[in-house]
Design a binder for this molecule. Structure first.
Ligand SMILES: [Mn+2]
Length: 295
């Protein structure tokens, strides 16, 4: 090789997709896919910039993770961004579902960087064709419940996405960090035996009991993480900021608790950073980095 070049828009430590078909190895492969779609954002737009700024922030990290005394050994393939249709959820969702289908067919675990939260439905729809969702627990980190039946007359929205996922009948949805809801969706979640909600206050008062609950989760797991689960002090560049949220240390503990768990996919959503070094993108990139270091 004559030149050493690096595409700054690939997640740090990842391979080029041009290496496909990938050499077989004993390591599980993880695929990063950006989905720069913010068509259903209701307050501050900009989540379309999430994939770019989160990747950029990842370049700041070391391969060696001091916290767990381990190098990042996972095989990461950055597949670039989905070609979204701005303003059209239906078309974007169909493209995303097909792309996640392809990723799963390659036996790669998808890690999706959004994008607004509406897209989680499309990812889980693809997963539901490969895995019986009755064995899958969705772990949902968010300030908001996202359990509305409809939002402003829309069935598919970042405010309804968890209701759409409940429609797919997973084993359970565990919500963590919640501190904002409409009364109707709050009651819906309370009465639904498949939904377990831990408020942000619960995390602040007794995180250990939630970690215990997670420890007992068996079977497959999908992690859906709206970065507004963090307090706006740590994640100000989001679509709908909400005070009294989690801090990065609490988040780190939750991510570390997934060591050895059967996580079949993950999404990190609602990052609307537009500047290099933005704290929101940095904290989102750290969550992905920590998760990959566990592998
Ligand atoms: Mn949210």
């Amino acid at each position: 090789m004559l030149l050493y070049t690096e595409n700054v828009l690939k997640f740090a430590f990842s391979k080029e997709t041009t290496d496909y078909p990938f050499e077989s190895s004993d390591f599980q492969k993880f695929g990063i896919l950006g989905v720069p779609f913010d068509g259903t954002t209701s307050y501050i737009p900009g989540a379309r910039f999430g994939p770019r700024t989160v990747r950029e922030a990842s370049y700041n990290f070391e391969r060696y993770n001091l916290k767990i005394n381990k190098n990042l050994d996972a095989e990461i393939i950055d597949m670039g961004d989905l070609e979204v249709v701005h303003g059209n959820f239906k078309k974007t969702c169909s493209k995303l579902k097909n792309t996640v289908d392809d990723i799963l067919n390659m036996e790669i675990i998808p890690i999706i960087i959004g994008g607004d939260h509406s897209i989680s439905y499309c990812i889980l729809k693809a997963i539901s064709e490969k895995i019986d969702l009755k064995n899958l627990t969705v772990i949902h980190f968010d300030a908001h419940m996202d359990m509305r039946e409809e939002y402003l007359g829309e069935k598919y929205s970042h405010a309804t996405v968890m209701h759409r996922i409940i429609d797919l009948e997973p084993k359970e949805i565990i919500q963590i960090g919640i501190r904002s809801a409409d009364e109707e969706e709050f009651n819906f979640a309370k009465e639904n035996l498949k939904i377990k909600t831990f408020s942000a206050e619960h995390v602040h008062d007794d995180q250990e009991s939630i970690l215990k609950y997670l420890e007992n989760v068996e079977g497959q797991i999908f992690i859906s993480l709206d970065i507004d689960v963090l307090d706006p002090a740590y994640a100000p560049s989001v679509g709908t900021p909400c005070s009294c949220g989690l801090d990065p240390k609490q988040m780190e503990k939750f991510i570390m608790s997934f060591k050895g768990k059967n996580v079949v996919g993950m999404d990190i959503l609602e990052v609307s950073s537009t500047e290099i070094g933005d704290i929101t993108a940095l904290n989102a990139a750290k969550i992905i980095y920590d998760f990959l270091c566990l592998q």
